[in-house]
Design a protein around this ligand. Structure first.
Ligand SMILES: NC(=O)C1=CN([C@@H]2O[C@H](COP(=O)(O)OP(=O)(O)OC[C@H]3O[C@@H](n4cnc5c(N)ncnc54)[C@H](O)[C@@H]3O)[C@@H](O)[C@H]2O)C=CC1
Length: 513
């Protein structure tokens, strides 16, 4: 099926879309209110091929955006910013509310494209789309509440503060939650009066463009949300550009460091949402069934390609054997296969090199003395069209210790490492023994212990008796090398605005000259 037309993808064709049939020819850059091929000129003109993880097929390709295209996108965004930043918050909120409604209306189309492009099960993509429109709706509501402060001073003088937008913001996304990341960044940015240029991961370019179309349909001015496709070089052009005020980045720690260095050259604001190697601590006094559910949620959503995953599962010794028995049985029962089937629970990993990398972590763990309790090898579904897909059987590693590579490094795949512990103090010390600090979890029925743990764990989010739930009202972001700045919640307003103080003299200036 070749899909052409004025909309990115026609809804009725999409509803009939099946794995192995999707093909796209439309341009994937979105600049100044429409899809365009990137401008020609010097610089990166590399073509990136986009794959369908379930089949390994190429579903589309695109030319990476070069300096000229970046210049044009910044110019267009600046124009939109001049208009948008002058609107009242209420006016901006109204357009965002309409965008949220349109996302809800197109939920199924977006979810299908997301599953085809990321390989994740359709049931999960629908949840991703829901958390995306919720972000847009949430910040639509907040837009009208943005306000400054009035400060009374002596002699009748006073000051007030203005909460002002930053200007043109850049969003750079990872490949695991393409649509959700685009919304989590653009919703607060636009609500605060900024414009945004978004660069998705070159592996998952499709749904950010659908979002751009939605913003335009909702009434956003041309250029308010531009999408540029590309890889490292395009990202670098964006981070260096003098017309850009802020970079909000989601991705790996090494790239985050580079982006911070680049942005530092002209003192841009930066938000970094980076990787994790989060601990999940299971005490013997917990509800074990719930703890097993928590461990599954902490490891196997999106093929394990989730930054906040609790991949170091610390289990108190007296419940270890029961826990392992239950979690292995549940993991073996995970249905791996076609992401567009309603009963599929795990799809394909993002790329062949990534699959190979994850499998090599399992092999290395075995060499270092871990026991593979289940999975850990490549999976080839019976359906012949899935034979070249990037599937693997979800894996549990037992007999792990803190020195093993699988316990130290982020694997970003469906691999859980199980570790035994004795005391609360020991669990805290070992859980915190990492440079990363995105999330942490604890399962216990002891109320005081739960809060003691939450206070002691060095992580930006701590889950008590659950894992990987991210309601839009809750700030999300890392400690330590997992980054800084937050997404979601009211605090994010601070990261997309700057505060101006205005002093008003009501008398005569006192002057010693
Ligand atoms: N903390 C969080 O919220 C999340 C973190 N991640 C992390 O992301 C990683 C996986 O995602 P990947 O896409 O492979 O990460 P990555 O760091 O390779 O790439 C992320 C994005 O940065 C761009 N990029 C690469 N080099 C750049 C440069 N020098 N300047 C500007 N842009 C550049 C890429 O094209 C891509 O769009 C994992 O390590 C994971 O932990 C993923 C999702 C969420």
């Amino acid at each position: 099926m070749e899909i052409l037309g004025t909309r990115l993808i026609s809804p009725c064709l999409l509803r009939a879309a099946s794995t192995g049939a999707f093909q796209l020819k439309e341009p994937l850059n979105y600049r100044h209110g429409g899809r365009v091929q990137p401008a020609g000129g010097d610089g990166d003109s590399r073509v990136e091929k986009v794959h369908e993880p379930a089949t390994g097929r190429v579903i589309c390709d695109f030319v990476c955006s070069n300096q000229k295209e970046v210049d044009l996108a910044v110019q267009s965004a600046k124009e939109a910013y001049r208009y948008w930043s002058k609107l009242s918050g209420l006016e901006r909120g109204r357009i965002l509310l309409e965008a949220a409604r349109l996302i809800r209306e197109q939920r199924e189309d977006i979810a299908i494209v997301e599953s085809i492009n990321t390989g994740k099960p359709i049931t999960e993509s629908r949840v991703d789309v829901d958390t995306a429109w919720q972000a847009v709706e949430y910040y639509a509501g907040i837009a009208g509440t943005l306000a400054g402060q009035h400060i009374q001073l002596s002699g009748g003088s006073f000051a007030y503060t203005r909460r002002e937008p930053l200007g043109v913001c850049v969003g750079i996304g990872a490949w695991n939650y393409p649509f959700q990341i685009a919304c989590w960044k653009s919703a607060p940015a636009l609500a605060c009066g900024n414009a945004m240029i978004f660069k998705p991961s070159p592996l998952t370019p499709l749904t950010a463009v659908m979002l751009a179309e939605i913003y335009t349909q909702a009434g956003a001015p041309k250029g308010l949300f531009n999408v540029l496709q590309g890889a490292v070089e395009t990202g670098n052009f964006l981070c260096k550009h003098r017309g850009v005020a802020k970079v909000s980045f989601t991705g790996s720690v090494p790239t985050g460091i580079k982006i911070m260095e680049t942005a530092a050259k002209n003192v841009k604001h930066v938000t970094l949402e980076l990787g994790g190697k989060s601990p999940l601590v299971i005490f013997s006094d917990c509800d074990l069934e719930n703890a097993v559910r928590g461990a599954m949620l902490a490891n196997f959503l999106s093929q394990g390609e989730v930054c906040s995953n609790g991949t170091r599962v610390f289990v108190q010794k007296d419940v270890m054997s029961k826990f392992v028995e239950k979690v292995v049985a549940k993991t073996k029962a995970i249905k791996v296969g076609d992401p567009l089937f309603e009963d599929t629970q795990m799809g394909g990993l993002i790329s062949r090199p990534h699959l190979d990398r994850v499998l090599s972590y399992v092999k290395q763990a075995e060499e270092q003395g871990a026991t593979v309790l289940c999975g850990g090898d490549r999976f080839v579904p019976n359906d012949p069209k899935l034979k070249d897909g990037y599937f693997m059987k979800p894996c549990i590693l037992g007999n792990c210790n803190d020195e093993m590579t699988c316990v130290k490094e982020e694997i970003f795949g469906p691999v859980m490492s199980v570790l035994a512990f004795d005391t609360e103090e020991e669990a805290i010390e070992r859980a915190n023994n990492t440079d990363l600090g995105l999330a942490a979890g604890v399962f216990t029925r002891d109320l005081t212990r739960a809060h003691r743990m939450a206070a002691a764990l060095e992580a930006g989010t701590c889950f008590i008796n659950n894992y990987n739930v991210s309601p839009i009202e809750i700030p999300f972001g890392g400690y330590k090398m997992s980054g800084f700045g937050k997404e979601n919640g009211t605090v994010t307003i601070e990261y997309y605005t700057q505060l101006k103080s205005v002093y008003v003299e009501m008398g005569d200036p006192e002057c010693s000259f």
